[in-house]
Design a protein around this ligand. Structure first.
Ligand SMILES: CC(C)[C@H](C(=O)O)[C@@H](O)C(=O)O
Ligand code: SF4
Length: 480
């Protein structure tokens, strides 16, 4: 008898069920657990009090990222530069103690491999297709870009996974976001996901795991897929997924923590079965036309507040829903924007290129491409480029990208979460605007009173050159 066609999500879920309970919940085996300094201290403390060990240290990887300053970590004498903020210093010291006490694999602040947890996982080949991956962090959805079922968990769940390597979960609904056609020039995976969130809304994906499907994803690099999947959470989804394919395999082969030799061959055989079967049904389907998408920017304080760069600031009255009208009015006041203003007339004083959404090598190449031979505008006060990991940084330096950025007048930093959120010294001053490649434009996200416009790396570079939000398609080079 032919088995019932299944979605990719169902295949991964089914293969990880340890125990199915009568109430529909399942005990799920967790293949990979990523840990950072912010959401792990209480979990380790609880283990300590209970006298428990970490069940599978081999499946756990820790890295500091959120609180680390992105300025030099070693001084001229090779000594560690102390962290000025006492709370951050304490949180990082606690992580160091916990990984040592519990025997967990750890990339410390000065390791080449250190970086943002969601950049490090795929880069090391720790995150693998078909695996279940968790982290006490909402952007764990990123790893869905390589075909893993990856989602954020709370601190008590972090403790549960550390202790048992399992989680008790309720299955999610499945959503297909099918994109027809291909992206136009200057339109990147970031623009695509911003557009998708604009269509779905920040609650559109609630209760669902989204599988992104269509030619555009088949032709997309792994870096781009990670960007798309990363922001699934901003559409309210539990996770995002993109089926692994030859591009995924080429990306993972030879990575330090990926399987090698016969194990690799066996894994590849299995990974090739990881796709949604023809005839499998999704609970929800959404169709997007890629040709409709322009380089996309946000105007408000929710990731769904998107508009093409060719558009203008909307008026609250343009929204049908009264609560959205109110929210829009509040957003516009916070952002200091007037309805009807063309997006390309909005000045910015700060530029942030980085975060787990857009700090991989391709992102830096795209930004450098725009900045090569150009200077940042005179009204730009602060412009930083923060590679997602030490290895991204090395690669970028080998390609001379750091020089392109510094020649343009930007700062080249050490890896970390940086100005994506105000947990470290990289902050946008109150009342100032930032063209940012990160994923959240919430009020105060980049610092109290900071005004965030979410953009792609190429668009951030274009904004740096003009000092306003700008259409990167106007920067297309004659010689390109
Ligand atoms: C600090 C952490 C818990 C948080 C998250 O869960 O996402 C952070 O990474 C973020 O992006 O807001
Ligand atoms: S880069 Fe930003 S979104 Fe990503 S984990 Fe760090 S704080 Fe969260």
């Amino acid at each position: 008898m032919a088995s019932k066609p299944r979605t990719l999500y169902e295949k991964i879920w089914d293969s990880h069920v340890v125990e199915r309970r009568d109430d529909g919940t399942c005990l799920i085996f967790i293949d990979r657990h990523l840990v950072h300094e912010v959401t792990s201290p209480q979990a380790f403390e609880a283990l300590r009090i209970a006298g428990r060990k970490v069940r599978r240290t081999d499946l756990t990887l820790a890295v500091p990222d959120h609180n680390l300053p992105t300025t030099a970590r070693l001084d001229a004498h090779g000594q560690h530069v102390p962290i000025a903020d006492p709370q951050s210093a304490q949180q990082l010291a606690t992580l160091e103690k916990n990984v040592a006490d519990f025997g967990i694999r750890y990339f410390n602040a000065t390791a080449r491999e250190q970086g943002i947890v969601h950049v490090v996982g795929p880069e090391q080949g720790f995150s693998l297709p078909g695996s279940t991956i968790v982290c006490g962090d909402s952007h764990t959805a990123s790893h869905g870009g390589i075909g893993a079922l990856a989602f954020g968990i709370g601190t008590s769940e972090v403790e549960h996974v550390l202790a048992t390597q399992t989680l008790l979960l309720t299955p999610s609904k499945s959503m297909e976001v099918r994109v027809e056609g291909l992206l136009g020039p200057g339109v990147t995976p970031k623009d695509l996901i911003l557009h998708i969130i604009g269509v779905l809304g920040t609650a559109g994906g609630t209760g669902h795991v989204i599988e992104y499907r269509g030619k555009v994803f088949e032709e997309m690099s792994v870096e781009g897929r990670l960007t798309v999947s990363n922001m699934s959470i901003e559409a309210g989804a539990r996770a995002g997924l993109i089926a692994p394919d030859e591009t995924t395999l080429a990306y993972l082969k030879g990575r330090p923590l990926a399987p090698q030799g016969a194990e690799w061959d066996a894994a590849v055989k299995y990974w090739r079965t990881l796709h949604t079967d023809p005839g499998a049904e999704f609970d929800t389907s959404v169709l997007i036309n890629a040709a409709d998408i322009a380089p996309t920017v946000t105007w408000g304080t929710s990731p769904e507040d998107v508009v093409p760069i060719t558009g203008s600031v909307p008026s609250p009255g343009s929204f049908a829903d009264p609560s959205k009208q109110q929210a829009a009015a509040k957003s516009l006041e916070y952002m200091g924007l007037v309805p009807g203003t063309p997006m390309t007339e909005i000045p910015v004083q700060n530029i942030f290129i980085g975060s787990c959404t857009n700090s991989r090598i391709e992102d830096l190449r795209a930004a450098a491409e725009v900045l090569r031979g150009r200077r940042i505008a005179s009204n730009i006060k602060w412009a930083i480029v923060v590679p997602g990991s030490g290895l991204v940084k090395e690669q970028a330096e080998a390609e001379g990208l750091d020089k392109v950025f510094t020649d343009a007048g930007m700062e080249w930093r050490e890896p970390g979460c940086s100005a994506c959120l105000g947990m470290n010294p990289d902050k946008v001053p109150p009342g100032e605007s930032c063209a940012s490649t990160s994923n959240r434009n919430f009020m105060g996200r980049q610092g109290p009173g900071a005004r965030t416009h979410l953009v792609s790396p190429a668009m951030a570079a274009a904004a740096a050159v003009t000092g306003r939000l700008a259409d990167v398609r106007d920067f297309q080079r004659e010689d390109a």
